[in-house]
Design a protein around this ligand. Structure first.
Ligand SMILES: Cc1cc2nc3c(=O)[nH]c(=O)nc-3n(C[C@H](O)[C@H](O)[C@H](O)COP(=O)(O)O)c2cc1C
Ligand code: SF4
Length: 518
């Protein structure tokens, strides 16, 4: 058998040089007259080790981390085609601590094979969930998803089964499944990674959702900044259609389901579900008032399931292994696993899938390895640009929807951004208000006007102008935005602002004192 060399084609790995490494390996093989197959796999998610090159040997796979094109010659000299030692040698990928500590259910296959090989997908358990679903009554599928305890991974944590039940129970000749792949939160890349690394799992999840609710058409709304994901998803849909996974007879059954990929034009608010629906319909991405819920009147006024990529991609394992299997992982009302995306100023940045329940401190210090700069961690923002900043004093908070809410925080899409002690939290608070002002859809006053006033007031505070009055005004604005905004963009911007003020009061002292303190 000719040797197989795996070089990720994931855009994160490409950004770190994977394309050049693949070309250098190809050139070296040619020069040495050695025959080997280069397989472009997805990423396993340890970005601090990308480009992570693997070689299939008769003793299993051997990994080499952070490979540079200049390493390639010496890799060949060290006999890397048979797993030889080299300064980049990491051994069996499964034994690398970052991977060994994970519980991979949703990302079980991501990064292992060619993402567009349906045979490889099936060989690792793919399509078993859909196979089970086509033999079941829709209400039983919905029941299984409900009993698994799966909650929406897009941010709000709403129970997926309950949403599906509303669509199932709403009679209409046309219903839709919409996958939210706008992934606008800072520090998040789980949706992108799975669309590029294991696209069939999303297709399978969407087909199951369609069969469960009586929807025969699906759309994936992907942000324009993800061209690799768009290309991979388009190819995967075509392959799935040709193989009968999609189409009028899904896996030979009487159920029909097909889907299309749509590309957003680039607006954070288009990740909000009703804005997204407007955008999909070709309108401006403005938030719609609820009710009606999208589950009752969604895309083109029809009952619509709208779910995040990870919510849908978690369904196949539930339909394959059962609700009890999935529910067994996690804590409290947060069941199953969650792909935590560790980013910012951190040593071991990447995607870490684990059961709910690890503490924030374990994630940042043990998994993330602390800051990349080696300085002390000052704050961690959890849940994207609308998430709260947590100080070290709250590092005992378990990763769980309710536990984070109890401490005025949110999990959101499970992205965490680490900051060292050089971070200025007043600047971060200002950034949150500015972000809201720029991204606001403009429909409601608290968000549209409040965020701009927030920026002005924080600027006054930074300049030491009427500090007490300014601080009181920011707090007042935050209250108005929190309780008066139509959607969570305006409603959650107070979280990063107020958490900064509460946990890092020194950074909000009047300017002369701040300068003196520095
Ligand atoms: C401003 C804003 C941006 C959002 N962006 C996203 C996003 O990029 N991706 C996502 O899945 N959900 C996003 N959401 C949440 C969606 O509105 C919605 O709750 C989600 O798509 C539902 O899917 P889920 O139940 O599977 O989480 C956003 C919400 C708001 C208010
Ligand atoms: S909170 Fe902001 S983004 Fe949301 S509807 Fe109001 S103006 Fe639009």
């Amino acid at each position: 058998m000719i040797p197989r060399i795996y070089v990720p084609c994931d855009s994160g790995a490409i950004a770190l040089g994977a394309e050049k490494v693949a070309k250098a390996i190809e050139a070296e093989l040619k020069e040495r007259g050695v025959e080997a197959k280069i397989v472009r796999n997805g990423s396993r998610g340890a970005y601090f080790l990308e480009p992570l090159v693997e070689v299939a040997t008769d003793k299993g796979r051997v990994a080499y981390g952070s490979v540079k094109p200049s390493d390639v010659k010496s890799l060949f000299d060290s006999g890397f085609l048979t797993g030889g030692h080299h300064k980049r040698w990491l051994g069996a990928p499964d034994k690398i601590p970052f991977f060994a500590k994970q519980t991979r259910l949703t990302f079980a296959r991501c990064g292992i094979n060619d993402p567009l090989s349906l045979d490889a997908y099936k060989s690792l358990g793919g399509l078993r969930g859909l196979q089970n679903a086509v033999a079941m009554a829709p209400a039983d599928i919905v029941k299984q998803v409900t009993e698994s305890g799966l909650r929406g991974r897009g941010g709000a944590g709403f129970p997926t089964g309950i949403k599906w039940k509303t669509v199932l129970d709403t009679a209409d000749e046309r219903k839709y499944i919409v996958c939210n792949a706008d992934e606008g939160d800072s520090a998040t890349f789980a949706d992108r990674m799975i669309m590029e690394g294991d696209p069939f799992v999303l297709i399978e999840g969407m087909a199951i959702a369609g069969i469960a609710t009586g929807a025969s058409k699906g759309f994936v709304y992907i942000r324009s900044e993800y061209p690799h994901a768009v290309a991979t998803m388009n190819k995967a849909v075509a392959i799935a259609r040709k193989a009968g996974v999609l189409g009028v007879n899904v896996l030979g059954s009487a159920n029909g389901f097909d889907m299309e990929i749509r590309v957003g034009a680039g607006a954070y608010v288009c990740g909000e579900e009703t804005s997204l629906l407007n955008s999909l319909e070709g309108k401006r991405g403005v938030v719609r008032a609820k009710p009606p819920l999208p589950a009752i009147q969604g895309l083109f006024g029809k009952p619509t399931v709208i779910n995040n990529v990870i919510s849908l991609a978690s369904v196949p394992v539930i339909m394959d292994k059962g609700a009890a299997f999935y529910k067994d992982f996690g804590m409290g009302r947060s069941r199953g696993t969650i792909p935590i995306q560790i980013a910012g100023n951190v040593k071991h940045g990447g995607l870490f899938e684990t059961a709910f329940g690890l503490t924030l401190g374990e994630i940042v210090d043990e998994i993330g390895g602390g800051t990349a700069t080696g300085r002390p961690v000052k704050a961690v923002q959890v849940g994207g640009p609308l998430g709260a900043y947590f100080p070290r004093a709250l590092f005992d908070t378990p990763f769980d929807y309710e536990e984070f809410a109890k401490r005025d925080g949110l999990i959101g899409h499970a992205g965490i951004t680490v900051f060292d002690d050089t971070a200025d939290m007043l600047k971060q608070a200002r950034f949150a208000m500015e972000f809201c002002a720029i991204e606001s859809c403009g429909k409601c006053t608290p968000c549209r006007i409040g965020s701009t006033r927030g920026v002005e007031t924080l600027d006054k505070l930074a300049a030491g102008i009427e500090p007490e009055k300014s601080l009181a005004l920011v707090t007042d604005l935050c209250n108005t935005m929190k309780f008066g905004s139509l959607c969570a963009l305006g409603g959650f911007t107070p979280y990063p602002v107020m958490s900064s003020i509460t946990h890092f009061p020194d950074d909000f002292k009047p300017a002369p004192q701040r300068v003196a303190a520095e």
